[in-house]
Ligand binder design. Structure first.
Ligand SMILES: [Mn+2]
Length: 487
Protein backbone atom coordinates (compact mmCIF):
# COMPACT_ATOMS: atom_id res chain seq x y z
CA UNK A 1 0.00 0.00 0.00
CA UNK A 2 2.72 2.35 1.01
CA UNK A 3 4.57 1.42 -2.14
CA UNK A 4 1.48 2.17 -4.24
CA UNK A 5 1.10 5.56 -2.62
CA UNK A 6 4.75 6.31 -3.21
CA UNK A 7 4.41 5.30 -6.87
CA UNK A 8 1.31 7.49 -7.27
CA UNK A 9 3.15 10.44 -5.73
CA UNK A 10 6.13 9.89 -7.98
CA UNK A 11 3.92 9.67 -11.07
CA UNK A 12 2.15 12.87 -10.03
CA UNK A 13 5.52 14.59 -9.59
CA UNK A 14 6.68 13.35 -12.97
CA UNK A 15 3.42 14.57 -14.56
CA UNK A 16 3.82 18.04 -12.99
CA UNK A 17 7.47 18.14 -14.03
CA UNK A 18 6.47 17.51 -17.65
CA UNK A 19 3.64 20.04 -17.57
CA UNK A 20 5.93 22.65 -16.12
CA UNK A 21 8.36 22.29 -18.98
CA UNK A 22 5.67 22.27 -21.65
CA UNK A 23 4.17 25.43 -20.17
CA UNK A 24 7.55 27.17 -20.23
CA UNK A 25 8.51 26.11 -23.72
CA UNK A 26 8.04 28.25 -26.80
CA UNK A 27 8.76 25.32 -29.04
CA UNK A 28 5.56 23.40 -29.75
CA UNK A 29 7.30 20.09 -30.37
CA UNK A 30 9.55 20.23 -27.34
CA UNK A 31 7.01 18.40 -25.15
CA UNK A 32 8.11 15.05 -26.58
CA UNK A 33 11.72 15.78 -25.66
CA UNK A 34 11.46 17.27 -22.22
CA UNK A 35 9.74 14.48 -20.34
CA UNK A 36 12.55 12.05 -19.96
CA UNK A 37 12.36 8.54 -18.64
CA UNK A 38 14.75 6.72 -16.35
CA UNK A 39 17.61 5.11 -18.26
CA UNK A 40 16.53 1.81 -19.75
CA UNK A 41 12.82 2.64 -19.72
CA UNK A 42 11.04 3.66 -22.86
CA UNK A 43 9.05 6.82 -22.34
CA UNK A 44 5.44 7.01 -23.49
CA UNK A 45 6.24 10.50 -24.67
CA UNK A 46 9.07 9.44 -26.98
CA UNK A 47 8.40 10.21 -30.62
CA UNK A 48 11.32 9.45 -32.92
CA UNK A 49 11.84 12.16 -35.46
CA UNK A 50 14.88 12.15 -37.69
CA UNK A 51 17.06 15.06 -36.65
CA UNK A 52 17.68 17.58 -39.40
CA UNK A 53 20.35 20.24 -39.51
CA UNK A 54 22.86 21.14 -36.83
CA UNK A 55 22.64 20.13 -33.19
CA UNK A 56 24.40 23.31 -32.10
CA UNK A 57 23.12 26.00 -34.47
CA UNK A 58 24.51 29.43 -33.77
CA UNK A 59 27.76 28.04 -32.37
CA UNK A 60 30.61 27.95 -34.85
CA UNK A 61 34.08 26.44 -34.49
CA UNK A 62 35.71 27.73 -31.29
CA UNK A 63 38.78 29.84 -32.07
CA UNK A 64 41.78 31.10 -30.13
CA UNK A 65 41.41 34.84 -29.57
CA UNK A 66 44.11 35.43 -26.94
CA UNK A 67 44.04 36.52 -23.27
CA UNK A 68 42.38 39.88 -23.95
CA UNK A 69 39.27 38.34 -25.52
CA UNK A 70 36.03 38.65 -23.59
CA UNK A 71 34.18 36.20 -25.86
CA UNK A 72 32.96 33.25 -23.74
CA UNK A 73 32.94 31.07 -26.86
CA UNK A 74 36.65 31.55 -27.63
CA UNK A 75 39.93 30.25 -26.21
CA UNK A 76 42.07 32.78 -24.35
CA UNK A 77 45.04 30.52 -23.51
CA UNK A 78 44.64 27.30 -25.50
CA UNK A 79 46.18 27.74 -28.94
CA UNK A 80 46.24 24.18 -30.32
CA UNK A 81 49.07 24.57 -32.85
CA UNK A 82 51.35 26.82 -30.75
CA UNK A 83 54.58 25.16 -29.63
CA UNK A 84 55.62 25.05 -25.98
CA UNK A 85 58.92 23.34 -25.11
CA UNK A 86 59.13 21.91 -28.62
CA UNK A 87 55.68 20.34 -28.69
CA UNK A 88 52.29 21.63 -29.87
CA UNK A 89 49.87 22.54 -27.11
CA UNK A 90 47.37 20.02 -28.45
CA UNK A 91 50.00 17.28 -28.15
CA UNK A 92 50.88 18.18 -24.57
CA UNK A 93 47.23 18.34 -23.63
CA UNK A 94 45.55 15.64 -25.77
CA UNK A 95 42.05 16.67 -24.70
CA UNK A 96 39.12 14.31 -24.76
CA UNK A 97 35.41 14.78 -24.08
CA UNK A 98 33.70 12.29 -21.75
CA UNK A 99 30.53 11.12 -23.47
CA UNK A 100 28.81 10.19 -20.21
CA UNK A 101 28.92 13.60 -18.53
CA UNK A 102 28.45 15.67 -21.66
CA UNK A 103 25.72 13.64 -23.36
CA UNK A 104 24.21 11.51 -20.58
CA UNK A 105 24.49 13.89 -17.64
CA UNK A 106 20.91 14.77 -16.86
CA UNK A 107 21.42 17.06 -13.88
CA UNK A 108 19.54 14.60 -11.66
CA UNK A 109 20.84 14.21 -8.11
CA UNK A 110 19.62 12.14 -5.12
CA UNK A 111 17.23 14.98 -4.25
CA UNK A 112 15.90 16.04 -7.60
CA UNK A 113 14.78 15.20 -11.11
CA UNK A 114 16.79 15.83 -14.29
CA UNK A 115 17.20 19.47 -15.27
CA UNK A 116 18.76 19.25 -18.73
CA UNK A 117 16.46 19.46 -21.73
CA UNK A 118 18.89 19.16 -24.62
CA UNK A 119 16.89 19.82 -27.80
CA UNK A 120 18.10 16.65 -29.53
CA UNK A 121 16.83 14.35 -26.75
CA UNK A 122 13.41 12.71 -27.26
CA UNK A 123 12.94 11.43 -23.72
CA UNK A 124 13.78 7.82 -24.53
CA UNK A 125 16.75 5.53 -24.04
CA UNK A 126 16.14 3.94 -27.43
CA UNK A 127 18.70 2.84 -29.99
CA UNK A 128 17.45 5.54 -32.38
CA UNK A 129 18.13 8.13 -29.68
CA UNK A 130 21.60 6.67 -29.04
CA UNK A 131 22.46 7.06 -32.72
CA UNK A 132 21.20 10.64 -32.83
CA UNK A 133 23.13 11.48 -29.66
CA UNK A 134 26.32 10.09 -31.20
CA UNK A 135 25.93 12.49 -34.13
CA UNK A 136 25.54 15.35 -31.65
CA UNK A 137 28.75 14.17 -29.92
CA UNK A 138 30.79 14.43 -33.11
CA UNK A 139 29.40 17.87 -33.99
CA UNK A 140 30.26 19.01 -30.47
CA UNK A 141 33.83 17.65 -30.70
CA UNK A 142 34.37 19.20 -34.13
CA UNK A 143 33.13 22.64 -33.06
CA UNK A 144 35.09 22.53 -29.81
CA UNK A 145 38.28 21.46 -31.62
CA UNK A 146 38.81 18.40 -29.42
CA UNK A 147 40.15 15.41 -31.34
CA UNK A 148 39.35 12.57 -28.90
CA UNK A 149 36.48 11.20 -26.90
CA UNK A 150 35.90 8.57 -24.19
CA UNK A 151 32.91 6.36 -23.50
CA UNK A 152 31.27 3.74 -21.30
CA UNK A 153 29.59 0.90 -23.20
CA UNK A 154 26.17 1.44 -21.58
CA UNK A 155 26.22 5.21 -22.03
CA UNK A 156 26.59 5.13 -25.78
CA UNK A 157 24.13 2.26 -26.34
CA UNK A 158 21.09 1.10 -24.37
CA UNK A 159 21.04 -2.06 -22.28
CA UNK A 160 19.05 -4.80 -24.03
CA UNK A 161 16.91 -7.50 -22.46
CA UNK A 162 19.76 -9.98 -22.88
CA UNK A 163 23.52 -9.69 -23.11
CA UNK A 164 23.23 -10.55 -26.80
CA UNK A 165 20.76 -7.72 -27.37
CA UNK A 166 22.98 -5.28 -25.44
CA UNK A 167 25.94 -6.30 -27.59
CA UNK A 168 23.92 -5.82 -30.79
CA UNK A 169 22.88 -2.32 -29.63
CA UNK A 170 26.51 -1.52 -28.91
CA UNK A 171 27.61 -2.78 -32.34
CA UNK A 172 25.05 -0.54 -34.05
CA UNK A 173 26.23 2.59 -32.25
CA UNK A 174 29.91 1.70 -32.65
CA UNK A 175 29.41 1.27 -36.42
CA UNK A 176 28.06 4.83 -36.60
CA UNK A 177 30.81 6.18 -34.32
CA UNK A 178 33.43 4.53 -36.51
CA UNK A 179 31.96 6.13 -39.62
CA UNK A 180 31.85 9.55 -37.90
CA UNK A 181 35.46 9.10 -36.73
CA UNK A 182 36.53 8.46 -40.33
CA UNK A 183 34.63 11.52 -41.57
CA UNK A 184 36.00 13.90 -38.93
CA UNK A 185 39.48 12.54 -38.07
CA UNK A 186 38.39 12.39 -34.41
CA UNK A 187 39.47 9.26 -32.55
CA UNK A 188 38.91 7.32 -29.35
CA UNK A 189 41.17 8.01 -26.36
CA UNK A 190 39.63 5.19 -24.35
CA UNK A 191 36.64 3.04 -23.73
CA UNK A 192 35.45 1.40 -20.53
CA UNK A 193 32.73 -0.94 -19.28
CA UNK A 194 30.05 0.44 -17.00
CA UNK A 195 30.01 -2.12 -14.19
CA UNK A 196 28.25 -0.13 -11.49
CA UNK A 197 24.84 1.14 -12.55
CA UNK A 198 22.87 -2.07 -13.18
CA UNK A 199 21.41 -3.70 -10.04
CA UNK A 200 23.28 -6.95 -10.84
CA UNK A 201 26.48 -5.13 -9.87
CA UNK A 202 25.24 -3.92 -6.49
CA UNK A 203 27.77 -6.17 -4.65
CA UNK A 204 30.55 -5.46 -7.15
CA UNK A 205 31.54 -6.90 -10.52
CA UNK A 206 34.95 -8.59 -10.35
CA UNK A 207 34.58 -8.62 -6.55
CA UNK A 208 30.95 -9.76 -6.44
CA UNK A 209 30.36 -12.75 -4.13
CA UNK A 210 28.30 -14.26 -6.99
CA UNK A 211 30.28 -16.10 -9.67
CA UNK A 212 27.43 -15.48 -12.14
CA UNK A 213 27.89 -11.73 -11.77
CA UNK A 214 31.67 -12.14 -12.13
CA UNK A 215 31.05 -13.97 -15.42
CA UNK A 216 28.58 -11.35 -16.65
CA UNK A 217 31.07 -8.56 -15.87
CA UNK A 218 33.80 -10.46 -17.72
CA UNK A 219 31.54 -10.79 -20.77
CA UNK A 220 30.83 -7.07 -20.65
CA UNK A 221 34.52 -6.11 -20.38
CA UNK A 222 35.39 -8.53 -23.18
CA UNK A 223 32.90 -6.85 -25.50
CA UNK A 224 33.79 -3.30 -24.39
CA UNK A 225 37.44 -4.05 -25.07
CA UNK A 226 36.58 -5.42 -28.51
CA UNK A 227 34.61 -2.31 -29.52
CA UNK A 228 37.32 -0.01 -28.11
CA UNK A 229 39.78 -1.89 -30.33
CA UNK A 230 37.36 -1.59 -33.26
CA UNK A 231 37.29 2.19 -32.75
CA UNK A 232 41.08 2.39 -32.62
CA UNK A 233 41.04 3.33 -28.92
CA UNK A 234 44.44 4.04 -27.44
CA UNK A 235 43.62 2.86 -23.91
CA UNK A 236 41.05 0.90 -21.93
CA UNK A 237 40.05 1.97 -18.40
CA UNK A 238 38.92 0.08 -15.31
CA UNK A 239 37.13 2.10 -12.70
CA UNK A 240 35.89 -0.23 -10.00
CA UNK A 241 32.97 1.81 -8.79
CA UNK A 242 31.52 -1.07 -6.80
CA UNK A 243 34.74 -3.02 -6.28
CA UNK A 244 34.91 -2.52 -2.55
CA UNK A 245 32.83 -3.20 0.54
CA UNK A 246 30.19 -1.64 2.76
CA UNK A 247 31.14 -3.69 5.84
CA UNK A 248 33.92 -6.16 6.56
CA UNK A 249 31.43 -8.18 8.65
CA UNK A 250 29.97 -9.75 5.49
CA UNK A 251 33.12 -9.59 3.34
CA UNK A 252 35.91 -12.05 2.58
CA UNK A 253 38.55 -9.42 1.87
CA UNK A 254 41.23 -11.78 0.57
CA UNK A 255 38.83 -13.63 -1.72
CA UNK A 256 37.63 -10.37 -3.26
CA UNK A 257 41.15 -9.03 -3.87
CA UNK A 258 42.23 -12.38 -5.34
CA UNK A 259 39.17 -12.35 -7.63
CA UNK A 260 39.89 -8.82 -8.78
CA UNK A 261 43.45 -9.81 -9.71
CA UNK A 262 42.20 -12.89 -11.62
CA UNK A 263 39.72 -10.69 -13.48
CA UNK A 264 42.39 -8.16 -14.46
CA UNK A 265 44.73 -10.98 -15.57
CA UNK A 266 41.95 -12.35 -17.80
CA UNK A 267 41.54 -8.86 -19.27
CA UNK A 268 45.28 -8.73 -20.03
CA UNK A 269 45.02 -12.13 -21.72
CA UNK A 270 42.02 -11.07 -23.81
CA UNK A 271 43.75 -7.87 -24.86
CA UNK A 272 46.60 -9.98 -26.24
CA UNK A 273 44.26 -12.49 -27.87
CA UNK A 274 42.49 -9.81 -29.91
CA UNK A 275 45.68 -7.91 -30.71
CA UNK A 276 44.62 -4.74 -28.88
CA UNK A 277 47.74 -2.67 -28.21
CA UNK A 278 46.11 0.00 -26.06
CA UNK A 279 47.26 0.70 -22.51
CA UNK A 280 45.16 -0.78 -19.71
CA UNK A 281 44.49 1.83 -17.04
CA UNK A 282 43.19 1.59 -13.49
CA UNK A 283 41.48 4.61 -11.99
CA UNK A 284 41.87 4.90 -8.21
CA UNK A 285 39.08 6.27 -6.03
CA UNK A 286 38.84 5.78 -2.25
CA UNK A 287 35.11 5.50 -1.79
CA UNK A 288 31.73 6.47 -3.22
CA UNK A 289 29.62 4.57 -4.06
CA UNK A 290 31.14 1.88 -1.80
CA UNK A 291 32.35 2.79 1.69
CA UNK A 292 35.78 1.47 0.83
CA UNK A 293 36.98 1.00 -2.74
CA UNK A 294 39.94 -1.35 -3.22
CA UNK A 295 41.75 0.99 -5.64
CA UNK A 296 42.00 3.56 -2.82
CA UNK A 297 44.76 5.75 -4.27
CA UNK A 298 47.77 5.53 -6.58
CA UNK A 299 50.08 3.96 -4.00
CA UNK A 300 47.52 1.32 -2.93
CA UNK A 301 46.74 0.46 -6.55
CA UNK A 302 50.39 0.15 -7.53
CA UNK A 303 51.03 -2.06 -4.47
CA UNK A 304 48.10 -4.27 -5.47
CA UNK A 305 49.36 -4.59 -9.05
CA UNK A 306 52.85 -5.39 -7.81
CA UNK A 307 51.63 -8.06 -5.40
CA UNK A 308 49.64 -9.87 -8.09
CA UNK A 309 52.33 -9.60 -10.79
CA UNK A 310 50.28 -7.19 -12.90
CA UNK A 311 52.45 -4.07 -12.60
CA UNK A 312 53.92 -4.39 -16.08
CA UNK A 313 50.50 -4.61 -17.71
CA UNK A 314 48.75 -1.55 -16.27
CA UNK A 315 49.16 2.16 -15.79
CA UNK A 316 47.03 4.58 -13.80
CA UNK A 317 44.32 7.00 -14.76
CA UNK A 318 44.49 9.70 -12.11
CA UNK A 319 41.36 11.72 -11.46
CA UNK A 320 41.94 14.96 -9.55
CA UNK A 321 38.65 14.84 -7.65
CA UNK A 322 39.36 11.25 -6.59
CA UNK A 323 42.81 12.34 -5.39
CA UNK A 324 41.32 14.89 -3.01
CA UNK A 325 38.71 12.40 -1.78
CA UNK A 326 41.57 10.08 -0.77
CA UNK A 327 43.12 12.87 1.30
CA UNK A 328 45.84 13.71 -1.23
CA UNK A 329 46.33 16.50 -3.72
CA UNK A 330 46.07 15.79 -7.43
CA UNK A 331 49.75 16.72 -7.72
CA UNK A 332 50.67 14.04 -5.14
CA UNK A 333 48.79 11.30 -7.02
CA UNK A 334 50.33 12.36 -10.32
CA UNK A 335 53.85 12.47 -8.87
CA UNK A 336 53.45 9.07 -7.17
CA UNK A 337 52.39 7.55 -10.49
CA UNK A 338 55.06 9.38 -12.48
CA UNK A 339 58.05 8.41 -10.35
CA UNK A 340 57.19 4.72 -10.79
CA UNK A 341 56.54 5.08 -14.52
CA UNK A 342 52.84 4.40 -14.07
CA UNK A 343 51.20 7.69 -15.11
CA UNK A 344 48.93 6.86 -18.04
CA UNK A 345 46.07 9.35 -18.23
CA UNK A 346 44.43 12.18 -16.33
CA UNK A 347 40.72 12.59 -15.68
CA UNK A 348 40.76 16.35 -15.66
CA UNK A 349 38.36 17.68 -13.10
CA UNK A 350 38.31 19.10 -9.62
CA UNK A 351 36.24 18.89 -6.46
CA UNK A 352 34.88 21.49 -4.11
CA UNK A 353 36.79 22.30 -0.92
CA UNK A 354 33.52 22.51 1.05
CA UNK A 355 31.96 19.22 -0.04
CA UNK A 356 33.06 15.72 0.82
CA UNK A 357 31.91 14.00 -2.35
CA UNK A 358 32.86 13.68 -6.00
CA UNK A 359 31.53 16.81 -7.69
CA UNK A 360 33.37 16.34 -11.02
CA UNK A 361 33.74 20.03 -11.79
CA UNK A 362 35.70 21.59 -14.62
CA UNK A 363 39.16 22.60 -13.42
CA UNK A 364 39.41 26.39 -13.01
CA UNK A 365 42.21 26.78 -10.45
CA UNK A 366 45.30 28.04 -12.27
CA UNK A 367 47.63 27.06 -9.42
CA UNK A 368 46.36 23.48 -9.44
CA UNK A 369 46.58 23.33 -13.23
CA UNK A 370 50.19 24.55 -13.06
CA UNK A 371 51.09 21.78 -10.58
CA UNK A 372 49.36 19.20 -12.80
CA UNK A 373 51.29 20.41 -15.84
CA UNK A 374 54.62 20.37 -13.95
CA UNK A 375 54.17 16.62 -13.60
CA UNK A 376 52.96 16.17 -17.18
CA UNK A 377 56.00 18.00 -18.57
CA UNK A 378 58.37 15.99 -16.34
CA UNK A 379 56.60 12.88 -17.65
CA UNK A 380 57.32 13.95 -21.24
CA UNK A 381 53.56 14.22 -21.91
CA UNK A 382 50.83 11.65 -21.45
CA UNK A 383 50.58 9.91 -24.83
CA UNK A 384 49.04 7.45 -25.53
CA UNK A 385 46.98 8.81 -22.66
CA UNK A 386 45.53 12.29 -22.46
CA UNK A 387 43.34 14.69 -20.52
CA UNK A 388 39.81 13.39 -20.42
CA UNK A 389 37.25 15.90 -19.18
CA UNK A 390 35.58 13.75 -16.58
CA UNK A 391 33.66 16.87 -15.64
CA UNK A 392 30.03 17.84 -15.74
CA UNK A 393 27.95 20.98 -15.73
CA UNK A 394 26.35 22.00 -12.47
CA UNK A 395 22.74 20.90 -12.09
CA UNK A 396 21.66 24.49 -12.49
CA UNK A 397 23.51 25.01 -15.82
CA UNK A 398 20.91 24.16 -18.42
CA UNK A 399 21.82 26.08 -21.58
CA UNK A 400 23.36 24.21 -24.51
CA UNK A 401 26.14 26.82 -24.69
CA UNK A 402 27.12 25.91 -21.10
CA UNK A 403 28.47 22.60 -22.48
CA UNK A 404 30.90 24.60 -24.61
CA UNK A 405 31.73 27.17 -21.93
CA UNK A 406 32.56 24.45 -19.35
CA UNK A 407 34.96 22.71 -21.70
CA UNK A 408 36.54 25.93 -22.99
CA UNK A 409 37.14 27.03 -19.41
CA UNK A 410 38.72 23.69 -18.48
CA UNK A 411 40.91 23.69 -21.60
CA UNK A 412 42.04 27.27 -21.04
CA UNK A 413 42.88 26.55 -17.39
CA UNK A 414 45.12 23.61 -18.33
CA UNK A 415 46.64 25.57 -21.22
CA UNK A 416 47.49 28.34 -18.80
CA UNK A 417 48.93 25.74 -16.42
CA UNK A 418 51.10 24.43 -19.28
CA UNK A 419 52.40 27.91 -20.10
CA UNK A 420 53.19 28.60 -16.42
CA UNK A 421 54.81 25.23 -15.78
CA UNK A 422 57.00 25.51 -18.88
CA UNK A 423 58.31 28.93 -17.72
CA UNK A 424 58.84 27.66 -14.17
CA UNK A 425 60.87 24.70 -15.40
CA UNK A 426 62.85 26.76 -17.92
CA UNK A 427 63.67 29.34 -15.26
CA UNK A 428 65.07 26.55 -13.07
CA UNK A 429 64.90 28.41 -9.73
CA UNK A 430 62.63 25.85 -8.10
CA UNK A 431 64.68 22.90 -9.40
CA UNK A 432 67.82 24.61 -8.01
CA UNK A 433 66.15 24.99 -4.63
CA UNK A 434 65.26 21.29 -4.58
CA UNK A 435 68.72 20.21 -5.74
CA UNK A 436 70.34 22.34 -3.01
CA UNK A 437 68.29 20.61 -0.29
CA UNK A 438 69.85 17.27 -1.20
CA UNK A 439 73.38 18.48 -2.05
CA UNK A 440 75.07 16.59 0.81
CA UNK A 441 74.16 13.40 -1.06
CA UNK A 442 76.57 14.57 -3.76
CA UNK A 443 79.41 13.90 -1.27
CA UNK A 444 81.47 10.72 -1.45
CA UNK A 445 79.48 9.07 1.34
CA UNK A 446 76.15 10.34 -0.08
CA UNK A 447 76.87 8.73 -3.42
CA UNK A 448 77.86 5.51 -1.65
CA UNK A 449 74.54 5.51 0.29
CA UNK A 450 72.56 5.95 -2.91
CA UNK A 451 74.47 3.61 -5.15
CA UNK A 452 76.10 1.01 -2.95
CA UNK A 453 75.24 -0.47 0.40
CA UNK A 454 76.61 1.34 3.45
CA UNK A 455 76.34 -0.53 6.73
CA UNK A 456 75.06 0.96 9.98
CA UNK A 457 78.57 0.46 11.47
CA UNK A 458 80.22 2.63 8.80
CA UNK A 459 77.48 5.27 9.15
CA UNK A 460 77.92 5.27 12.90
CA UNK A 461 81.65 5.94 12.47
CA UNK A 462 80.86 8.92 10.22
CA UNK A 463 78.28 10.23 12.68
CA UNK A 464 80.95 10.33 15.41
CA UNK A 465 83.44 11.95 13.06
CA UNK A 466 81.05 14.65 11.74
CA UNK A 467 79.34 15.45 15.05
CA UNK A 468 75.99 17.26 15.28
CA UNK A 469 74.70 18.16 11.76
CA UNK A 470 73.88 21.86 11.29
CA UNK A 471 70.23 22.87 10.74
CA UNK A 472 69.46 23.99 7.21
CA UNK A 473 66.29 25.75 6.09
CA UNK A 474 63.64 23.92 4.06
CA UNK A 475 62.89 27.19 2.22
CA UNK A 476 59.19 26.37 1.87
CA UNK A 477 58.14 30.02 1.82
CA UNK A 478 60.71 30.77 -0.88
CA UNK A 479 59.51 27.76 -2.90
CA UNK A 480 55.93 29.03 -2.61
CA UNK A 481 57.02 32.54 -3.57
CA UNK A 482 58.80 31.25 -6.67
CA UNK A 483 55.79 29.13 -7.62
CA UNK A 484 53.33 31.99 -7.14
CA UNK A 485 55.40 34.32 -9.29
CA UNK A 486 54.67 32.13 -12.32
CA UNK A 487 50.86 32.08 -12.03
MN1 LIG B 1 34.72 11.67 -10.29
Amino acid sequence: MLATMKTARLLFFFFCFCLFHVALSEDEIIADRTCRAEPGVESDFGIHKEWEGEFFPGISKIKYEGPLSKNPLAFKWYNAEEEILGKKMKDWLRFSVAFWHTFRGSGADPFGAPTKNWPWEDGTNSLAMALRRMKANFEFLTKLGVEMWCFHDRDIAPDGKTLMESNANLDAVVALAKQLQEETGIHTLWGTAQLFMHPRYMHGAATSPDARVYAYAAAQVKKAMEVTHELGGENFVFWGGREGYQTLLNTDLKKELDHMAKFLQAAVNWKKTIGFNGTLLIEPKPQEPTKHQYDWDAATTMGFLQRYGLAGEFKLNIECNHATLSGHSCHHELEMSRIYGMLGNIDANTGDAQTGWDTDQFLTDIGEATLVMLTVIKNGGLAPGGFNFDAKLRRESVDVEDLFIGHISGMDTLARGLRNAAKLLQDGKLSELVAKRYETFNSKLGALIEEEEVSFEELEKKAHEWGEPPLSSGKQELAEMIFQSYL
